[in-house]
Design a binder for this molecule. Structure first.
Ligand code: NDP
Length: 299
């Protein structure tokens, strides 16, 4: 039997619709227009395309979007001074610095310089600390999106065996914290895990955030499990263009799993929708305006 496809595109579109309604309401009732500043250093082609999508979708949702482009040669000091200006700008509620930065920049120093209240990427140690302590945080967008997708399948995650492959600050660690907060029994696997296949076979819910095309095989999956594939791997295709595949061997895993996210069209669209959600959350918290329950998934 083939697994149900978790339609990230449709779920993200639905979330963006809710966000747009909330943005209209904030503007009408409180004169508050959430503003997102996106900073791109250099001209990495994939980053250019992500930044364009983020700005466009922020506009469509009725937000203000401020694009800042710096040449790769600008240097750390100029980037830090831009961050300081954005921290002080009352029209900006969310600041996102597109990663990776070109060589010669210190990404940790840049992230640590962002006002944690405006850290809509959820990468500042202040926000990861809040998350680890079960306190309201701004949570990294991709794991937040994974949780919304998992909850579209399971009304409750309590008691589920969850396995997260990958322990990055961006995906694996916050995903595990969020699952723990939902009372799942969480195992974090990584490159030093012994017998990864056996660990994965225990999972009712498997989150793969590895960066290795098709690594998770069909015989690693517990029949009926939910599989969230975070991986975005670009492989050369016959027509000369790149083909995007996940970390999961989709065709074989689909035959065993109960539900699975496709790549593309699964986690990817949720990441940008959650960035917009975090920007609304940040704007509400900064302005002291209550966040509606249906949107308060950011901690
Ligand atoms: P990182 O490279 O930062 O982390 C990868 C993790 O996978 C590490 O913890 C590493 O373990 C683990 N790993 C690597 N090889 C193995 C292995 N053979 N067995 C078990 N674990 C392994 O990647 P990210 O977390 O940033 O991203 C992961 C994937 O998700 C990538 O494909 C990325 O493109 C994608 N991604 C997708 C997003 C989206 O919007 N859909 C957003 C962000 C990322 P160790 O720590 O031991 O080295």
């Amino acid at each position: 039997m083939s697994a149900t496809l978790i339609d990230g595109k449709a779920i993200a579109a639905d979330l963006r619709g809710n966000i747009a309604r909330r943005v209209a309401d904030l503007s009408e009732r409180h004169g508050l227009v959430p503003g997102l500043a996106v900073v791109l250093v250099g001209n990495h082609p994939a980053s250019e395309s992500y930044v364009r999508s983020k700005s466009n979708l922020a506009h469509v949702a009725g937000m203000r979007s401020f694009d800042h482009r710096l040449p790769a040669s600008a240097g750390q000091a100029e980037l830090m001074s831009l961050i300081a200006r954005l921290n002080d700008d009352p029209a900006v509620h969310g600041i996102l610095v597109q990663l990776p930065l070109p060589d010669g920049y210190d990404p940790d120093a840049v992230i640590n310089a962002i006002d944690p209240r405006k850290d809509v990427d959820g990468l500042h140690p202040f926000n990861s600390g809040l998350l680890a302590n079960g306190l309201p945080a701004l949570v990294a967008c991709t794991p937040l999106g994974c949780m919304i997708l998992a909850k579209s399948v399971h009304a409750s995650l309590a008691g589920l065996e969850a396995v997260v492959i990958g322990r990055s600050k961006l995906v694996g660690k916050p995903a595990a914290q969020l699952l723990l907060a939902e009372n799942a029994t969480v195992t974090m696997a990584h490159s030093k895990t012994r017998d990864l296949a056996a660990v994965c076979r225990r999972a009712d819910l498997l989150v793969a955030a590895i960066g290795r095309p098709g690594m998770v095989r069909g015989d690693w999956i517990k029949p009926g499990a939910t599989v969230i594939d975070v991986g975005i791997n670009r492989l050369p295709a016959e027509d000369g263009k790149n083909r995007i595949v996940g970390d999961v061997a989709f065709a074989e895993v689909r035959d065993v799993a109960g539900a699975i996210t496709p790549v593309p069209g699964g986690v990817g669209p949720m990441t940008i929708a959650c960035l917009l959600l975090n920007t609304v959350t940040a704007a509400c918290r900064i302005a002291g305006v209550p966040e509606p329950q249906c949107m308060s998934s950011a901690g």
